[in-house]
Ligand binder design. Structure first.
Ligand SMILES: [Zn+2]
Length: 286
């Protein structure tokens, strides 16, 4: 389903429309009043980010959400979500600053808060999966401009979801626990010839590998093309849109692109997927 800027402007004309959406998302059956106990008797208070119960008790639907205490209008927030989710390669804070007419600092904060909607912690993979590690250029805090590479571990279920995690290094001690945590036992795991993966057969997995060093990329079903496809999209986006990402924040971008990848076959617009989480409670990101 397509969701265009026209659809967006029609559905979200005002801050009140956005607030109503957050309210409905946070309380699908209507909020229960803490003062009188009545259910779904709340109505919006004009010009404020709150609702009032028939008894006079006020609640604010944005409390604890990514919008909590933000002075930026909800319409701008929703516009930012729309822009970020509609653009395949993501949107930089600089672009958001221009589009929304807010400061860079504000745009940066908004984009990181929005990335909180795109976190998926509970995915598990099974069946035929591919595992691989890659390196993305980034700065470590305190490096004083010196670039170095940050390793990322990625696992993808063929035809299904990806899980990608920024890791300390690519040793067996680091990589294997990620696989054990995310992949169900008895799954078949395909990798390249990197040594740590040879230990997978001792962990209740079936394992086979192609030898990239010897230019072997595909041997019948054995290959890592799916995870490599994910890496190239991730790198294209990070290098093209964000130029460089510090190690500290890299996981958030990785989450954003994993989120997109995992919904690539969904018929629903990416923006509407992201809106499904607007009522959820989050810790402040930055
Ligand atoms: Zn009440």
């Amino acid at each position: 389903m397509k969701y265009t800027i026209k659809d967006f402007n029609k559905q979200f004309k005002t801050d009140a429309d956005c607030l109503e959406y957050i309210y409905r998302n946070k309380y699908p059956d209507g909020a229960t009043c803490a003062q009188c106990g009545r259910k779904d008797q709340f109505y919006p208070l004009e010009g404020r980010r709150s609702y009032s119960c028939a008894c006079g008790h006020h609640i604010s639907p944005t409390v604890g959400t990514i919008f909590h205490k933000s002075p930026t209008s909800l319409k701008s927030w929703f516009t930012a979500i729309f822009l970020m989710m509609t653009s395949k390669n993501g949107v930089s804070a600089k672009e958001l600053e221009r589009h929304l007419g807010v400061t860079y600092k504000c745009a940066w904060r908004i984009s990181h808060q929005i990335r909180q909607l795109l976190k998926e912690d509970r995915l598990t993979l099974q069946g035929t999966v591919e595992a691989d590690e890659t390196f993305i250029g980034g700065k470590r805090p305190g490096d004083q401009g010196k670039r170095d590479k940050t390793p990322i571990m990625g696992i993808v279920e063929r035809g299904g979801n990806v899980v990608a995690k920024v890791v300390e290094d690519v040793s067996a001690r680091t990589l294997l626990p990620v696989i054990v945590e995310k992949v169900l036992p008895q799954s078949t795991i395909y990798t390249d010839e990197w040594k740590p993966y040879r230990r997978l057969i001792h962990r209740d997995f079936k394992h086979d590998s192609v030898n990239h060093g010897k230019k072997e990329y595909v041997r019948a079903l054995v290959h890592t093309n799916s995870i490599e496809g994910f890496w190239s999209q991730l790198k294209r986006s990070i290098h093209g849109t964000f130029h460089s990402v510090s190690r500290e924040h890299l996981q958030k971008y990785v989450n954003e692109f994993s989120y997109r990848y995992n919904r690539r076959k969904s018929g629903k617009a990416m923006f509407l997927h992201a809106l499904d989480g607007v009522g959820a409670l989050h810790e402040p990101a930055v």
